[in-house]
Ligand binder design. Structure first.
Ligand SMILES: Nc1ncnc2c1ncn2[C@@H]1O[C@H](COP(=O)(O)OP(=O)(O)OP(=O)(O)O)[C@@H](O)[C@H]1O
Length: 296
């Protein structure tokens, strides 16, 4: 079932087009990732989808509701890069002030979140005294307090250690299973995008590709062959010019478009190979194939 549809969404700042006629179609319960370099238009898109800014043109519909609608705001939760919580208030006070904005809050669900994000022991601590990981767990708890249909996360993991990232993603995975929460995410972490059900790749305000991770990999990532060789020059002469090759010392990275082409290269250079690894390209390889540039 479709939960969010967007048609021809555009945003401009003076003469600059930040988001250029994008279309989205998002299924309920999916984890959807927006991937793109700095300035691609991801945050601008999120701001329009969450009703924080008005689009220059285009249409957004969440279960038939529009962002200007009060009901729309009740169906969404938002965690932005920089926190909006009050540092002088305790965690409890911050959560309480949020609760006051909603009618018909499910208090059992709030307790469930507090337990899941493991924040009970810091409820009476001032927000400003928390560690980065604790702050993020509180931020996300707060944005889920109204049990929203859709959770928007703008770069939720930036600056977090791997342990905190894992805790957050495990809880979100449970919530998706428990009540089909839809999550829309922007991230620079390629491994987070790898877990998405669907990916929109943005560049310069436009969506340049959108599909499941597997389909994107199949269409654009190609295969990557990493080898350690005994003689780089001799090995290079055995690899066709049409393949992308980069060399660091005696390590070579060879990107090919089909599995068969890589197997053929392995066969050609096998007498020089000391070690090898052969796998699908990742999101960065996809971005590279689409734009000729690394994602960062
Ligand atoms: N308030 C604003 N006024 C003018 N230009 C803006 C404004 N907000 C964003 N832009 C411009 O719009 C473009 C898209 O910016 P946006 O923040 O949406 O990119 P992003 O993909 O989220 O980047 P990042 O990964 O760095 O957060 C950029 O060129 C940016 O400079």
């Amino acid at each position: 079932m479709k939960i969010l549809t967007v048609n021809n969404l555009t945003q401009t700042y003076k003469n600059k087009v930040a988001v250029n006629h994008i279309n989205l179609s998002i299924n309920k319960g999916d984890l959807v990732s927006f991937l793109g370099p700095n300035g691609a238009g991801k945050s601008t898109t999120m701001r329009m989808l969450t009703g924080l800014t008005k689009p220059a043109s285009g249409k957004i519909s969440l279960l038939g509701l529009h962002p200007g609608n009060r009901k729309y705001r009740h169906e969404i939760g938002i965690t932005f890069q920089s926190s909006v919580l009050d540092g002088e208030l305790t965690v409890k006070q911050n959560l309480k002030s949020r609760l006051g904005m909603y009618r018909n809050i499910d208090l059992n669900f709030v307790q469930h979140l507090i337990h899941k994000f493991n924040i009970k022991s810091i409820m009476n601590q001032k927000y400003k005294t928390l560690s980065g990981g604790q702050k993020r767990r509180v931020d996300i708890t707060r944005s889920l307090i109204n049990k929203p249909q859709v959770l928007f996360l703008d770069e939720p993991s930036t600056g977090l250690d791997i342990q905190t990232r894992r805790v957050i993603w495990n809880v979100l995975k449970d919530l998706r299973r428990e009540y089909q929460l839809t999550i829309i995410l922007t991230t620079h972490y390629l491994e987070e995008t790898d877990h998405a059900d669907y990916v929109y790749i943005m560049n310069k305000g436009s969506i340049i590709a959108n599909d499941t991770v597997d389909n994107l990999k199949h269409k654009y990532a190609g295969y990557v062959l990493n080898v350690i060789v005994d003689n780089v020059k001799a090995t290079k002469s055995l690899i066709g010019n049409e393949n992308r090759v980069s060399v660091h010392g005696n390590k070579m990275k060879i990107v090919v478009t089909s599995m068969q082409a890589g197997l053929q290269i392995i066969d050609n250079i096998k007498t020089h190979i000391k070690d090898l690894e052969y796998h699908h390209g990742n999101m960065n390889d996809i971005f590279l194939a689409l734009t000729g540039k690394d994602i960062k």
